[in-house]
Write a protein that binds this ligand. Structure first.
Ligand SMILES: NC(=O)c1ccc[n+]([C@@H]2O[C@H](COP(=O)([O-])OP(=O)(O)OC[C@H]3O[C@@H](n4cnc5c(N)ncnc54)[C@H](O)[C@@H]3O)[C@@H](O)[C@H]2O)c1
Length: 334
């Protein structure tokens, strides 16, 4: 089957996203590996994916981070930077991230800051990172318990999505990833939402799910690269979702938290539809909520100002509105 290619049009920072089964075996066609390359990955990613990139690179070094969201931190960021320094990477060299959103966010942040920016390639290996964090150029690390508090907007040179890698992804991670597609569909596309509600095999349909999700997100990030307005829609479910994720010490996965988070900002009608979609993928629709902790964490949200926060509400599937809500009102709905 032919690869699908999406061009993200962002002027000088434009790039292609290539989606295809087995595409990792031809990585050199999509990434310029004829140079010094630092591969950043985590200890749960099957080594065969890393080897495929390594074998196609002129000179490759590898940094392996311990898996898990709490490792998306300053210490590991520094580990990447120190490796770049010790192998004398310069501005003509590149970083390749092979992993989920944790690795992608941190490697992207390192690429954007080392020598004021070196080339960054993203090879996302979770469904979540393929449908969402592969596009839009957000990079970040967490500090103390505050998610993504340091970061940059930095577009990759190119993104390579091999859907075959999803075969080794644990089922819980696969289901967690589909939440970002449900989010895109709930806010923009009711037909796609209907498709997701009845899809019985994520892997079989992965090319289409990824392509459709990325096309929806592409339209947003092309209009608003740096989240001045429209891009806020992508945060549907994230205000409370991020706070749940942090308050539970990352015991629930990112997608699981975003799924629960969406239910707090939906009309009764939309809520019951989103709930059915989540249940279809065995995703949680509620969890133990520590109100005090959650409100405290929301205060640190980048969208919070003077105890008010701008967030997204879905009343009808396929549409959304931006609302401003006080932290007191959020406490009341929790
Ligand atoms: N930059 C963005 O726009 C953006 C968007 C959404 C989420 N994010 C970030 O993404 C992160 C979550 O990403 P995630 O859900 O991909 O989690 P993750 O990166 O933590 O990966 C989840 C787990 O799956 C393992 N794994 C990854 N690929 C695998 C594969 N093919 N086979 C077997 N195991 C595999 C990983 O080792 C890890 O243990 C969060 O930090 C979130 O903030 C960023």
């Amino acid at each position: 089957m032919e690869n699908k290619v999406i061009k993200v049009n962002l002027g000088k920072s434009s790039y292609n996203i290539t989606i295809g089964r087995g595409s990792l075996s031809h990585a050199e066609k999509y990434l310029d590996l004829k140079r010094k390359v630092l591969i950043v990955t985590d200890d749960n990613i099957p080594k065969k994916y890393v080897q495929k990139i390594k074998s196609k690179s002129q000179k490759a070094y590898i940094v392996v981070i311990k898996h898990g969201e709490k490792n998306k931190n300053y210490k590991n960021y520094l580990k990447i930077i120190q490796t770049l320094i010790s192998y004398r990477f310069d501005r003509s060299d590149a970083i390749v991230a092979i992993g989920g959103g944790m690795v992608g966010d941190m490697a992207g942040f390192a690429a954007s800051t080392y020598m004021r920016g070196i080339d960054f390639y993203n090879v996302p290996t979770t469904l979540l990172s393929q449908v969402d964090s592969s596009i839009g150029g957000k990079t970040a690390i967490n500090v103390t318990k505050i998610k993504n508090i340091i970061g940059t907007f930095y577009q990759p040179k190119s993104v390579l999505i091999d859907t075959d890698v999803l075969k080794t992804l644990p089922k819980r991670e696969l289901n967690s990833g589909i939440v970002e597609s449900i989010k895109m569909a709930a806010t923009f596309d009711k037909n796609f939402f209907g498709f997701l509600c009845s899809c019985d095999d994520i892997i079989k349909n992965s090319e289409n799910i990824i392509y459709k999700s990325l096309i929806l997100k592409k339209r947003v990030v092309e209009k608003d690269e740096k989240e001045k307005g429209l891009r806020k829609v992508l945060n549907f479910g994230h205000t409370i979702g991020h706070a749940i994720e942090e308050s539970m010490n990352y015991k629930l996965l990112h997608g699981e938290c975003v799924g629960i988070g969406m239910l707090f900002f939906s009309s009764e009608e939309a809520k019951s539809k989103i709930e059915s979609a989540l249940l279809h993928y065995n995703l949680p629709t509620s969890c133990k909520i520590d109100k005090r902790k959650i409100i405290k964490l929301i205060k640190h949200d980048k969208k919070a100002k003077n105890d008010m926060i701008s967030t997204i509400q879905v009343d009808k599937i396929g549409s959304y509105k931006i609302i401003n809500i006080g932290l007191h009102d959020i406490a009341a709905i929790l």
